[in-house]
Design a protein around this ligand. Structure first.
Ligand code: SF4
Length: 298
């Protein structure tokens, strides 16, 4: 919300006061709150921290205004969420990413609410969206999530209808109360599921162990880092890991494993995650593999 209505940053106190009820109504609409906008704007305007910003507004220099404006946006948003302390199934959190799974969600696999083909594993070192920190973080442990669809978010989110498995939604979706700032601390301490928590057969377990040994994600991160530091062996290491990873997937398919489960069982192919580390694999003018900086990360 730091950037909300940026043109108003340069307005006078009087203009800001006039625009305040409209801003409040907009934010309430965004979070689907039934709160009457005029009452909401008046009550928030009466809070000391908001009053102080309004009182000082005309005397603030530009950098101070930027900070004050960001603060106003955050106060407005928090208050708007707090005005509807229950889930209204707006789908805001569902559009961002698929939820990570926790211990309590194992039963949802057993009862068939979702299957391995609905899941994606993110390995340590991969970037992933943290709803508790509200930003992309580099994961320090493995996380199994529900897959997403481009532009739509969680696989189970149906625009216009909401969650298709709402009554059986995973723990994170139940615990993440977007209107409650304390939710983050509560849920972030719980333990995520990793692949070995799931009932795997011997063949699946064998390929998981092979991948851990021969093509761990951390090794790709190390190879890319070496390349960035000017170590010419970094590219060779990265290419080797990517080839091993693709080879494992071919072997796993030949061993009878279903490729529809590979995003869960083996995570995304290393070559597909490489852009998240800032690079793509490309041929140089002599036809040799090289790492080229990718324009879009993630
Ligand atoms: S499982 Fe349902 S509630 Fe949870 S993110 Fe997906 S669509 Fe939203």
């Amino acid at each position: 919300m730091d950037d909300f209505e940026p043109r108003l940053r340069s307005c006078s106190r009087e203009e800001l006061l006039a625009a305040w009820p409209v801003l409040a109504a907009d934010v309430l609409t965004q979070v689907h709150s039934p709160e009457p906008p005029d009452k909401f704007a008046r009550q928030l305007r009466g809070r000391p921290e908001v009053g102080r910003i309004f009182d000082a507004w005309d005397d603030l220099d530009d950098p101070s205004r930027g900070l004050a404006w960001g603060r106003l946006g955050r106060l407005l948003t928090e208050a708007a969420y707090a005005s509807r302390p229950y889930c209204v199934r707006c789908g805001q959190c569902c559009r961002r990413a698929g939820p990570a799974l926790f211990r309590e969600d194992l039963g949802l696999i057993e009862t068939g609410v979702f299957a391995a083909s609905h899941l994606l594993t993110l390995r340590p070192g991969e970037p992933g969206w943290s709803p508790f920190e509200d930003r992309v973080v580099v994961l320090d442990h493995e996380v199994v999530t529900i897959k997403t669809r481009p532009e739509q978010g969680c696989l189970f989110f149906e625009p216009g209808h909401g969650c298709r498995i709402y009554e059986d939604r995973p723990q994170q979706c139940r615990q993440l109360e977007c209107w409650n700032p304390n939710t983050r601390a509560l849920s972030a301490s719980d333990r995520h599921l990793d692949r070995r928590d799931f009932p795997l057969n011997d063949t699946e377990r064998r390929f998981l162990n092979l991948q851990d040994k021969q093509a761990p994600f951390a090794a790709l991160v190390a190879a890319v880092e070496a390349h960035k530091q000017g170590d010419s062996t970094g590219v060779d290491q990265a290419v080797r890991l990517i080839e091993i990873d693709l080879g494992l997937r071919r072997d796993a398919q030949q061993a009878g494993l279903d490729p529809a489960h590979f995003d869960f069982l083996l995570g995304r192919p290393l070559v597909m995650v490489l852009p998240a580390l800032g690079f793509i694999l490309a041929r140089d003018e002599r036809g040799a593999w090289t790492l080229r900086e990718s324009l879009t990360e993630g």
